[in-house]
Ligand binder design. Structure first.
Ligand code: ADP
Ligand code: MG
Length: 139
């Protein structure tokens, strides 16, 4: 099934100057960039985005990290895009991520892990709508 998913290159990925490297991996694996914009999230925007994690011990640190610099927000589109994006990113903790994945290759820690990807159709719909209007997504 052709799906859309939200991808974020987090502030550490932007700082490391690997935007192109990450997008290259998406494109090489059949995902298309359907929307993209850079944004420096406010604390409120980060907290709203990660609201499902608000009870977690790492929530405030995570939101601080996500507002530490600009991010690249993208909508990726393609066959099985949600699972494909997560497969390319690898496990949340780079120490546990499979060889050749984005997080294994570039991430410094379980928090500073380079990329975000929606984990299910419902979260993809919420997350895409959180950052993009329909007019900003190219079919
Ligand atoms: P994923 O991004 O792989 O879907 P989660 O949804 O579980 O992972 O967590 C969201 C984000 O919160 C992670 O990508 C990471 O930046 C951060 N995070 C997750 N677990 C931890 C942790 N134990 N300590 C610090 N930060 C964490
Ligand atoms: Mg998640």
């Amino acid at each position: 099934m052709i799906e859309k998913t939200l991808s974020i290159i987090k502030p550490d990925g932007v700082r490391k100057n690997i935007i192109g490297e990450v997008i290259k991996r998406f494109e090489a694996n059949g995902l298309k960039v359907a929307a993209a914009k850079m944004k420096h999230l406010s604390l409120k925007e980060a907290q709203g985005f990660y609201a499902v994690h608000s009870a977690r011990p790492f929530f405030s640190s995570l939101c601080e990290f996500m507002t530490s610099g600009p991010v690249l927000l993208m909508v990726l589109k393609g066959e099985g895009a949600i699972a494909k994006n997560r497969e390319l990113m690898g496990a949340t903790d780079p120490a546990k991520a499979a060889p050749g994945t984005i997080r294994k290759d570039f991430a410094d820690s379980i928090e500073s892990n380079i990329a975000h990807g929606s984990d299910a159709p419902e979260t993809a719909a919420f997350e895409i709508g959180y950052f993009f209007s329909g007019l900003e997504i190219f079919e």
